[in-house]
Design a protein around this ligand. Structure first.
Ligand SMILES: [Zn+2]
Ligand SMILES: [Zn+2]
Length: 216
């Protein structure tokens, strides 16, 4: 059985599980595979899923495989969007190929390079890797939290991951939004930044939720 077809099916199942859908029928209807039943049987034969009545669940082996695929896919999306600044439709197609070819070592390097981003550009969680646990700044990441950004430096906001979603619109109204160019003026006791001609002070806790890429 084609490995890529199985990979695609594992990814789909992960997405459905994220939305709390465990139904086998839902999985079959959502699949774009020409022969979803054959794929389902192959996944079961390889010990990747268990099927019980109308539910389909990952085995530990299947879960680990799918987790790795999703991690690579979402990191690739981040890489293409934030670093290469590619348009969204190209990102999806290319990221869809990347997850099949990135090795584990390379994946952790990409993750470190990006500053261990918690979510993909669509706001979906990126499964954590070993590199995220032992998060040390060995290689200077391209994308860093504003709270760790160098005072005096200028950067472009690449993404914001607020703990409370209501915060996002408040930040937006201050001009703190993805794409804005900011200069960090001060880190503590409050974080002071400059956007265009405006100087804004924000809570250092909020500065941890803003990810910036150093402007060249
Ligand atoms: Zn995504
Ligand atoms: Zn990481």
């Amino acid at each position: 059985m084609d490995k890529e077809r199985i990979d695609e099916a594992l990814e789909l199942l992960w997405l459905l599980h994220e939305e709390d859908h465990h139904s086998l029928n839902r999985f079959r209807l959502s699949s774009e595979d020409n022969d979803v039943d054959a794929i389902t049987l192959a996944m079961r034969a390889e010990g990747l899923v268990v099927i019980h009545e109308d539910t389909i669940q990952f085995t530990d082996k299947g879960f680990a495989l799918a987790r790795g695929l999703i991690r690579r896919l979402r990191l690739a999306e981040r890489l293409f969007t934030d670093v290469f600044e590619m348009p969204d439709d190209t990102v999806i197609t290319d990221a869809c190929k990347m997850e099949h070819i990135l090795s584990e070592e390379l994946t952790d390097s990409v993750c470190t390079f990006l500053g261990h981003p918690p979510t993909c550009p669509h706001g979906k969680p990126i499964p954590r890797g070993e590199c995220c646990k032992k998060y040390k700044v060995e290689v200077e990441p391209v994308v860093t939290r504003l709270s760790e950004f160098e005072v005096g430096s200028k950067g472009r906001i690449v993404f914001i991951v607020p703990k409370e979603s209501s915060r996002l619109s408040k930040l937006n109204s201050l001009g703190i939004t993805a794409g804005s160019i900011v200069r960090l003026l001060q880190r503590s006791p409050s974080c002071v930044l400059q956007i265009d001609e405006t100087t804004i002070a924000i809570d250092p806790e909020i500065a941890k939720e803003i990810y910036v890429k150093k402007a060249m």
